[in-house]
Design a protein around this ligand. Structure first.
Ligand code: URA
Length: 257
């Protein structure tokens, strides 16, 4: 990616004060320096190197798949049909339609969010609202087009009022995502937001405690990296810098798979 394009993507992320560290003048150097990002309390932060994935310990959280056999054998079409007809929880009564997932079925990257919002419920596709636009920019920033990755949610149906998914709803729905993962065989999973991370890793830990580590998901031990939800970043733009660190971290992880 050329430096102009990358700058445009970073601008879209609101990271206008980031500069590339170009050891030998290359515009695609693997790591970046935060040159002058103002700390939330104002002032000038000293240059700080973002840690490379290999420098942080692997978090050996290895949740088993919740119920790996439940959707066993279903191919993409069959799985999509099962999801569309699902009445396993009360959300089936309030949804407009299910939101199965979208993207390249051969994708290396699987992005997992929480649940459809109002716009996703209306259009039947994940991350198509404002948060989706920011997610697209986040992907762009690491050289990925939306069409190159696969995007899905923990829940396939919208919780009314965008409330958090109930544990029973997540438990009923996760086998669909697990089957998607089994069919996709991603090289990396990026969990965006606390709800996705906690459900996938079956932990109560905070997002802050889960990011910047390589987790492993399920029996196939897919590397899983956690970052902030784009909707949260829209509300809290000062955290975009950390999200950018996470994206580079994930890119570093996949480069080593
Ligand atoms: N938020 C999510 O977590 N998923 C979507 O699909 C949309 C918004």
């Amino acid at each position: 990616m050329n430096s102009q394009l990358r700058r445009e993507y970073l601008d879209a992320l609101g990271l206008k004060t980031w500069t590339l560290r170009t050891a030998h003048g290359a515009d695609d150097a693997p790591s970046l320096v935060i040159a002058s990002v103002p700390a939330p309390s104002a002032g000038t932060a000293p240059a700080r190197r973002v840690p490379a994935a290999r420098e942080v310990p692997v978090a050996h959280e290895v949740p088993g798949d919740v119920s790996p056999a439940r959707e066993a054998g279903a191919d993409w079409d069959e799985l999509r049909a099962r999801v569309a007809a699902c009445t396993r929880c009360g959300l089936s009564a309030t949804r407009t339609q299910t939101v199965f997932g979208v993207g390249n079925p051969q994708a290396d990257w699987l992005i997992v969010g929480e649940a459809p919002g109002a716009e996703e419920d209306r259009r039947g596709e994940p991350f198509v609202g404002r948060a989706g636009q920011l997610l697209n920019s986040m992907l762009h920033a690491i050289g990925l087009e939306r069409e190159q990755v696969y995007i899905a949610n923990v829940l396939k149906c919208r919780p009314p009022g965008n409330r958090d998914p109930a544990p029973t709803e997540a438990a009923e729905c996760l086998p669909y995502l697990e089957r998607q993962i089994a069919l996709l065989k991603p090289k990396i999973m990026l969990a965006v937001g606390r709800i996705a991370a906690q459900n996938l890793l079956r932990t109560e830990k905070t997002l802050g405690a889960l990011r910047q580590q390589v987790h492993r998901f399920g029996l196939s031990q897919v590397p899983l990296v956690v970052t902030y939800h784009p909707a949260y970043l829209l509300r809290t733009p000062t955290e975009k810098r950390k999200a950018w660190e996470d994206l580079k971290f994930a890119r570093d992880v996949i480069s080593r798979v």
